[in-house]
Design a protein around this ligand. Structure first.
Ligand code: ZN
Ligand code: MN
Ligand code: MN
Length: 298
């Protein structure tokens, strides 16, 4: 099983591999810069070399970059819109330099302009980013669109909206989908039973084609089904619950995808230290996973 968490890049991008080693994980997600800022200092040759060296010596098989939270590909504000396209170009470039082929992003919010106009802006923004010199220089880098919880005017909570973006973009061959369990549940998809999960996967298949789904963000939800609130909870302690996750991690259409946890780092109740809760959540997922013959790394 490819399983891991979102890890900090404090002290340098390559430092994430040290944490991965301690947590005994073979997949990880990182920001490529300060995710609360628009600023990108170019990667130095030394940074790139250190990262590639650390990766070569690491059991980590899968790395994905998560883009900045400031990105809004649907924004009606000029500076935010063009800033978002620019940020995406920079993320593609950094991914290419580091040897990472997946850049995961939220699509954004229409801020009152309506779903249709918002989706069209997103399509144009992705076209622009994928027609940039950066994207042409690194053709192996793909953009993953993450489903949203549907808070406010956010787009991408409905699978059909993601499907619209894929169907209308000029470079859909470079677009894939990431499914965040917390967001999907908050958006109203009830996949806590085998029938529910099957139904949701069929909806995904109709909307964008299940073969486009390449990553799962495994997060429980602090809020109930359809709440449209994006608050992640420790696996099994939220409204999705252990039984819900059992089906998700074992479904034949999902079990071979990488699973990345974005669960809270700390536990308010027992005051466990940061990475200890990652350990607990990883262990929970591993326990839920059925062992199968040939699955050497369950
Ligand atoms: Zn995300
Ligand atoms: Mn997520
Ligand atoms: Mn979230």
């Amino acid at each position: 099983m490819r399983l891991g968490c979102h890890l900090s890049i404090a002290g340098g991008l390559h430092r994430a591999f040290e944490q991965a080693r301690k947590l005994e994980i073979n997949a990880m997600q990182i920001f490529s810069h300060n995710a609360r800022s628009w600023k990108f200092s170019p990667l130095t040759d030394e940074e790139v070399e250190r990262f590639r060296q650390a990766w070569a010596e690491s059991p980590v098989e899968y790395v994905v970059i998560h883009t900045s939270y400031l990105i809004n590909l649907a924004s009606p504000k000029r500076n935010v819109y063009y800033g978002s396209i620019n940020a995406l170009r920079k993320e593609i470039e950094r991914a290419g330099q580091l040897g990472i082929s997946h850049v995961n992003t939220h699509v954004g919010a229409h801020l009152g302009r309506g779903v249709e106009e918002g989706l069209r802006r997103i399509v144009r923004a992705l076209d622009a980013a994928l027609e940039s010199p950066e994207a042409e220089r690194f053709p192996e880098v793909l953009i993953l669109l993450e489903n949203d919880a549907g808070t406010g005017t956010s787009l991408g909570a409905r699978f059909e909206e993601l499907g619209f973006i894929l169907d209308n973009g000029r470079h859909s061959e470079r677009l894939r989908i990431c499914f965040d369990t917390c967001h999907g549940f908050a958006a109203g998809y009830d996949f806590r039973t085998p029938e529910g999960l099957e139904g949701m996967l069929e909806e995904m298949d109709r909307a964008f084609g299940l073969e486009r789904l390449v990553l799962v963000h495994a997060n429980d939800s602090k809020h109930p089904l359809g709440s449209r609130k994006d608050r992640h909870e420790h696996i099994g302690r939220g409204h999705i619950g252990l039984e819900g996750f059992r089906w998700v991690v074992n479904h034949p259409k999902l079990r071979d995808l990488p699973f990345i946890l974005e669960t809270p780092k700390a536990d308010e109740e027992s005051e466990k230290l940061d990475s200890e809760m990652d350990r607990v959540n990883l262990a929970t997922i591993r326990r839920l996973r059925k062992r199968e013959a040939g699955d050497l790394n369950p």
